[in-house]
Design a binder for this molecule. Sequence first.
Ligand SMILES: O=C[C@H](O)COP(=O)(O)O
Length: 271
Amino acid sequence: MTSSTNGTFDRRPLIAGNWKMNLDHVQGITLLQKLAWTLDDAKHDYSRVEVAVFPPFTDLRGVQTLVKGDDLEIVYGGQDLSPFDSGAYTGDISGQFLEKLGCAYVLVGHSERRTIHGESDELLNRKVQAAYRHNVVPVLCVGEGLEIRQAGNHVEHTLGQLREDVAGLSTEQAGNLVVAYEPVWAIGTGEVAGPGDAQEMCAAIRAELAVIFDESVAARVRLLYGGSVKASNAAAILKERDVDGVLVGGASLDVDEFANIVRFEHHLVTD
Ligand SMILES: O=C[C@H](O)COP(=O)(O)O
C-alpha cells in the first residue's frame, strides 16, 4: 500500500468481509447493523478506507434495504455470479440481478468455487466478462494450493490463473478490477502467508497486469490479500507496498474483530 505526502493512499484500501455460507437473512442484517454502529462510534472515515461485505445471495435484499434505509457507506457484493445473463440456468444468479440489488462488487473464482465446484479458468473468464456487462466490479480471486507452493511454482501458477481469467478485457475495464491473492493453504487454517509472501505475489500480479494491459492499469488495480487475516496481523500485511486491502473470511463474522481490521491505520500509527 503506497501513501502520499498528504496522508491519503494512492489506491483506497478495501477491507472486504466474505461471509461465505454463514448468517441467514436475519443474522446478516443484525451483524451489518452492529458493524455500522461500531464503525460510526469509531468515527470511521469511509473515504480513506472502503468497507465491503459479501453476504449469501439470500441476504442481499435485506442488506440493500438496510444500507439504503440507514444511508450506510458500507458497500456489498455477491459471492458468485452466472456466466449467463438470463434464461434456463437453474440455480444461477445473474449479474443483472446483482446490479439491480445495488451490488458494487462480486467475488469471482474464490478457491472454494474452484476446488469444490470445479470452476475452470475458462468459466471464470466468462464470469468476469458477465460482471462487467452488468457494471458490477469483479473481485477476482487467485492463488495456489500447498503442493504448488512447496514446489516453488506459486508465482507462475497464480499469474497463469490471472492471465486466463482477465483475457479479453479492455484496459478501461481492467483498471477497475480488484484482484485478491488467496493462498489456499492459508484459508481458514490459521496459517497466514507472511507479509513478505503477500507482497511478493502482489508485486508479481501488478507487474503482470502491466504486461497484459499497461502501466496505468497496473497502478490502478487494487490487490488484496486473503487467508486467516485477523486484527492482530492485518496492519503488518497492509503495510506492504503492493497490498491494497484484505479479503477476510472467518474474522468478518465477528463485528469487533472485523471493525478492528477496518481500523488497521490506527494500528499502523501505534505499532
Ligand atoms: O474469502 C476469504 C478467504 O477465503 C479467507 O478466509 P479466512 O479469513 O477464513 O481464512
